[in-house]
Design a binder for this molecule. Structure first.
Ligand code: AMP
Ligand code: MG
Length: 351
């Protein structure tokens, strides 16, 4: 199968392209599309056979449910059996935006999407391309990230193409994604909201709107099965093993210099994913293709938006070990550290 890439810069002027993509989706085909978080691999959310194609294209474990993407508030009611007052407040405060709500599902939602759960994840993306596409399809669009299962999520159309080339007919290219980490998932089915996956809608933002919010114990290291089934799988991993250095940001430079020297002395080609401050201080030790600058320390929006593409880029280098710089898990730092811990298989050194 040929994979076509169509650049979308103006949804109104390109209404014909959007209509064609919507028709393809509605008819059971797969279309990759941009959102403000990462690129999604979409299928008609009411068509179990189309959704099965997503699992095949990604090699995704079949018990890992898909999020349904809607274009407006009315479409939420098509898939959720009940929108509780808590869910209503979150919809009003953050949607459209990078937030997925877990709610009780309607019967029309295929088991193929929910992994047989009584709940469904619903998200209304802010991206105008994404919403125009869903509107054109006329149905909720089931979509996981558009990567081969286990690899970092794509935040550019080129990365989608690399993973999905020959497996899907169409990619809509809306340029790089703004946030770069997947949506925050909040379970709204109980008395207190529970964050199942951290994202750009932070714990602090949710607390402000709801008064209280809990973190799924699986996120803070407890040895329990996560309630978002997908969170238990290996994820975001580059080819070379990654170790994180965590601790006081002002001690990162000497800690990195020490670790890099030790690894190089043992014959390794060391790649580094770190802040601008650390990268600048390693230029005499590490060749520039192996140095990835994820942004200034504390510039969390930039770090999140660059993270996955930089992890992917190491796969084109000869690095055989990677070192990454950790950060505090406040605000967007919680989402970034969640992804880095998974990418590293939880290998960290406290400095
Ligand atoms: P991805 O589409 O790759 O961003 O992954 C979607 C994430 O949402 C996975 O971690 C799923 O396990 C999670 N998810 C989707 N639907 C549900 C649901 N009904 N209950 C809990 N987690 C869900
Ligand atoms: Mg994913």
């Amino acid at each position: 199968m040929e994979t076509e890439i169509v650049r979308i810069t103006d949804v109104k002027a390109q209404a014909g392209d959007i209509a064609r993509a919507g028709k393809l989706l509605r008819g059971g085909g797969l279309v990759a599309f941009p959102t403000e978080t990462v690129y999604g691999l979409g299928a008609n959310g009411f068509d179990a056979a189309a959704c099965a194609r997503i699992y095949a294209a990604k090699g995704r474990p079949s018990d890992n449910p898909l999020i349904l993407h809607v274009c407006d508030r009315a479409m939420v009611d098509e898939v959720a059996a009940e929108v509780t007052p808590m869910a209503e407040r979150l919809l009003a405060a953050f949607c459209p935006g990078p937030l997925t709500l877990i709610m009780r599902r309607r019967e029309v939602v295929p088991d193929r999407i929910t992994g047989g759960l009584a709940t469904v994840g619903v998200r209304m993306p802010e991206s105008v391309v994404a919403r125009a596409l869903i509107r054109a399809a006329g149905v909720p669009v089931a979509a996981p990230s558009a990567n081969v299962s286990g690899r970092p999520s794509p935040t550019t159309a080129a990365s989608v193409y690399r993973d999905m080339q020959g497996r899907i007919p169409l990619i809509l290219d809306g340029g790089p994604c703004r946030f770069g980490v997947e949506s925050t998932i909040v379970d709204c089915t109980g008395p207190v909201a529970v964050i199942l996956r951290p994202g750009a809608i932070t714990r602090e933002m949710l607390t402000e709107v709801l008064g209280g919010v809990k973190l799924d114990p699986a996120l803070v290291g407890a040895k329990v099965v996560p309630r978002a089934p997908g969170m238990k799988y290996k994820h975001y991993a580059p080819n070379a093993p990654l170790t994180l250095l965590e601790g006081d940001p002002t001690k990162m430079v000497p800690a990195f210099r020490r670790q890099v020297r030790q690894l190089q002395a043992a014959g390794h080609r060391v790649g580094v994913l770190a802040s601008h401050e650390v990268v600048m201080a390693l230029q005499d030790l590490v060749p520039s293709p192996l140095l990835a600058d994820y942004g200034a320390q504390g510039d969390l929006l930039t770090i999140a938006s660059r993270l996955y593409e930089q992890l992917i880029a190491f796969n084109d280098t000869d690095a055989d070990v990677l070192l990454g710089e950790g950060m505090a898990d406040t605000g967007l730092g919680l989402a970034i550290m969640n992804r880095l811990h998974k990418a590293s298989g939880f290998h960290s050194l406290q400095i």
